[in-house]
Design a protein around this ligand. Structure first.
Ligand SMILES: NC(=O)c1ccc[n+]([C@@H]2O[C@H](COP(=O)([O-])OP(=O)(O)OC[C@H]3O[C@@H](n4cnc5c(N)ncnc54)[C@H](OP(=O)(O)O)[C@@H]3O)[C@@H](O)[C@H]2O)c1
Length: 241
């Protein structure tokens, strides 16, 4: 690794959009800490990319476990490694797995709490843990969803929608907070909707492939064009909250 190699941390890196974000950033010459909750599955999936010479380090991390977040920070500190991009990608859509419906009148609040714990508080744990490791000009990208847009709420998938609306709130608050840390490190925090993407979550009828889904996220993480913070983007353009 050269001194000016940039480091990205990606959660949920073992499949779907997270795996593609990892592949794209590593392809740009970044070092990527690919965080997976199942280390064996992650190792199997990432090996072909590592064999191509991409700088991908597998880390075991479940975003519901603060201890895992702290272990990641310790590993970064041991390597005196700052983080240039944190991609909070890990997420679940549990609404239609419990009773086969996504009816808000049938929503089990326990399932909503589980969704919130992963989709929203997972990003909070990661930002809190990694804030001291963020480099000047670092980016935080929260992978949100159009289903969290207050401007276009439908009537189903209540747990998922609430978790992503709350993730958007977290994005705005952290953008304000991290803009004002001592030393003015110019950290930019934005949210992105990948669109409807063919993954385990999106299903095979989705209209985008993972490359299209990862594009705006990787752009927010790595492009010199990004000068704003506290925005919500799809297809590299701001969208309504
Ligand atoms: N696909 C779409 O159409 C779409 C649309 C809008 C937004 N999004 C968002 O895009 C992100 C990625 O979704 P995807 O479509 O790639 O979904 P996916 O294929 O289902 O992958 C989800 C990833 O999140 C990980 N994950 C789940 N719970 C976790 C936890 N507690 N700790 C760590 N990792 C965890 C999964 O790990 P395991 O393999 O261990 O389960 C997996 O790597 C999500 O935030 C999702 O809400 C997706």
């Amino acid at each position: 690794m050269t001194d000016n190699t940039k480091m990205a941390v990606v959660t949920g890196a073992n499949r779907g959009i997270g795996l593609e974000i990892t592949r794209q950033l590593a392809g740009k010459g970044w070092q990527v800490a690919a965080c997976c909750r199942d280390i064996n599955q992650g190792a199997a999936v990432l090996k072909p990319l590592q064999d191509q010479g991409l700088q991908i380090e597998l880390r075991k991390l479940d975003v519901t476990r603060s201890g895992d977040c702290q272990a990641l920070v310790k590993w970064l500190q041991t390597g005196e490694q700052q983080v240039h991009a944190l991609i909070n990608n890990a997420g679940v859509l549990l609404d239609n797995q419990v009773d086969g419906s996504a009816d808000p009148l049938q929503l089990d609040p326990t399932m909503a709490m589980e969704t919130f714990n992963i989709n929203t508080l997972g990003a909070l744990r990661m930002i809190q843990a990694l804030a001291p490791q963020l480099a000047e000009g670092a980016r935080v990208v929260n992978v949100s969803s159009g289903m969290g847009q207050l401007a276009s709420m439908g009537d189903g998938y209540l747990a998922y929608r609430m978790s992503k609306t709350a993730l958007n709130a977290l994005t705005k608050v952290m953008a304000a907070k991290l803009a004002n840390i001592p030393g003015g490190a110019k950290i930019r925090v934005n949210a992105a909707c990948p669109g409807w993407v063919r993954t385990g979550m999106g299903g095979q009828n989705a209209d985008r492939n993972v490359s299209q889904g990862a594009d705006t996220i990787v752009w927010l993480a790595s492009s010199d064009d990004i000068t704003t913070s506290g925005g919500f983007y799809r297809d590299r353009k701001p969208i309504d909250w």
